[in-house]
Write a protein that binds this ligand. Structure first.
Ligand SMILES: [Cu+2]
Length: 255
């Protein structure tokens, strides 16, 4: 269902979508059920000429059960939701599969700073490659990310990966993802972090293979790289602008 609006591009995107779908179906069922019963009763027991209203206390068991039975089933369904949610939570947030590559993500008012590990696969070495608002990863590779903040709370959110993680000043938070679909996807800040919060976006490029990834890294190294983030921003600006200076342009030039 969510796939229809935002493509899923990580190995755990399907699990998260399943939770959303399941909760929507369960909650939706009860929502429709309650409205239907209420509407039926409103019509069926509407005021009639010469008929006195019945006083129903709800005390006898024969009446109470109509409150209890729905309660029991709601509790049972809550347990079902909790069980599946905990399973997905453990898989996504509490297990850390072996890393095949590492990146560092640093949030700051109002941009994302990325450090790619370089050919040695290790951070904090000579061959690290840093970028602003442009993150590059390879498909079918398990990444560990080290998440930091330079100033305030931010939230590293990659909707296509169904990934969201707060950044907390003074702390390094480690997490993982494995992209499984090539493409260019949005990164956004999902925690109000100041007046530039709304434009704190970035781009993640999932490369098909090592070759395409290396080519991007090479162009960054020798400064011929054309920012995918800027290209995406321009495309957005062009398609939404009715005149030459769009809202995004105005907003960007105000910083
Ligand atoms: Cu932010």
């Amino acid at each position: 269902m969510i796939e229809y609006f935002v493509p899923g591009a990580s190995t755990y995107a399907g699990d998260i979508d399943f939770l959303f779908d399941m909760i929507t179906v369960i909650v939706g069922f009860w929502f429709v059920m309650v409205l239907a019963v209420m509407t039926y009763f409103m019509v069926r027991f509407r005021r009639k000429e010469g008929v006195r209203a019945a006083y129903i206390s709800g005390d006898p068991h024969s009446q109470k059960k109509w409150t209890h039975y729905p309660h029991y089933s709601v509790i049972a369904l809550d347990v079902v939701i909790i069980v599946f949610t905990v399973m997905v939570w453990v898989d996504v947030k509490q297990t850390l599969p072996q890393a095949e590559d590492k990146i560092r993500v640093v949030g700051q008012q109002w941009s994302w700073f990325f450090i790619h590990s370089g050919p040695d696969g290790k951070l904090d070495t000579e061959d690290d490659i840093s970028t602003v608002n442009d993150l590059h990863v390879k498909k079918d590779t398990v990444y560990h990310f080290e998440l930091e903040s330079r100033d305030v709370l931010h939230n590293f959110s990659v909707p296509a990966f169904r990934l969201r993680q707060d950044t907390i000043p003074g702390r390094t938070i480690t997490g993982w993802f494995e992209p499984n679909k090539t493409g260019i996807y949005d990164i956004q800040c999902a925690e109000i972090c100041g007046y530039g919060h709304g434009i704190m976006g970035a781009t993640i490029v999932v490369h098909e293979d090592q070759q395409s990834y290396d080519a991007a890294m090479e162009s960054i190294r020798n400064r011929t790289y054309e920012s995918d983030y800027q290209k995406r921003l321009q495309k957005m600006t062009v398609s939404t602008a009715s005149n030459s200076e769009s809202f995004t342009d105005k907003l960007l030039s105000s910083f």
